[in-house]
Design a protein around this ligand. Structure first.
Ligand code: FMN
Length: 213
């Protein structure tokens, strides 16, 4: 294995200044997201989601951004999963996107609420049938004895919904929408002197500032 301490990369593709960013961080995010997809970043909508439990212990995992609506960032999951339970007891959470092809990172902090049930049903039923069956089959984040248990559960779900091309949404499955209170746009620069432009919401107005790298 390559020595980890010898892995080094200089960043030099672009720069970012307070005067360059859009006034609205959502528009800035959308601009960078488009540039990421246009640059061939694989799964540019994959984001790290961090939640905290009632004792303040953090947990992180990747989820997929499925939309930005009414200025909120939407993803879908199982409400009974660890992340689902944590978000319902403490709505505070953080998102991180890393787009190495552009030497960019975006950090977002905010609060998550369930999306309207109607929206979750619409999205659930727009997914491929296999994903619908998968959501019914998996008690996400619980301990299971073996892979066979999953296959067995999938078989039972297939039997139950045999002949139905679109499945009803499981009640424990749905979306969360994150209402952002902080954005940070990070652009890699030479000699570790990176550009960090932060937006924070003060009295409902976005304030823009530069942070030291
Ligand atoms: C690329 C990628 C995309 C993923 N997207 C989702 C997603 O949108 N929703 C989801 O619940 N889990 C998604 N997962 C799985 C989660 O990372 C995680 O394993 C699962 O949700 C259980 O997390 P929890 O036990 O912390 O709740 C994804 C994983 C990867 C690697």
């Amino acid at each position: 294995m390559q020595k980890l301490e010898e892995i080094r990369k200089e960043y030099s593709k672009a720069d970012l200044d307070v005067k360059d960013v859009m006034k609205d961080p959502i528009e800035q995010f959308e601009k960078w997201f488009l540039e990421a997809t246009n640059s061939g970043v694989p799964e540019a909508n994959a984001m790290n989601l961090s939640t905290v439990n009632s004792e303040g212990k953090p947990t992180s995992r990747i989820v997929l951004l499925k939309g930005i609506e009414d200025r909120k960032f939407i993803f879908y999951t199982n409400y009974q999963s660890q992340k689902g339970r944590e978000l319902e007891s403490n709505s505070a959470c953080a998102l991180t996107f890393f787009w190495p092809e552009l030497e960019r990172q975006v950090r977002i902090e905010g609060n998550a609420l369930r999306v309207e049930e109607k929206k979750s049903i619409e999205y659930f039923q727009s997914r491929p049938r296999g994903s619908q069956v998968g959501a019914w089959s998996s008690p996400q984040s619980t301990v299971i004895e073996s892979r066979e248990i999953l296959d067995e559960r999938k078989k039972k779900v297939e039997e139950k919904f045999n002949g139905l091309s679109v499945l009803p949404k499981p009640h424990q499955w749905g979306g969360f929408e994150i209402d952002p209170t902080m954005f940070e746009f990070w652009q890699g620069r030479p000699s570790r002197l990176h550009d960090r432009i932060q937006f924070i919401k003060v009295d409902n107005v976005w304030k823009v500032q530069r942070l030291a790298p």
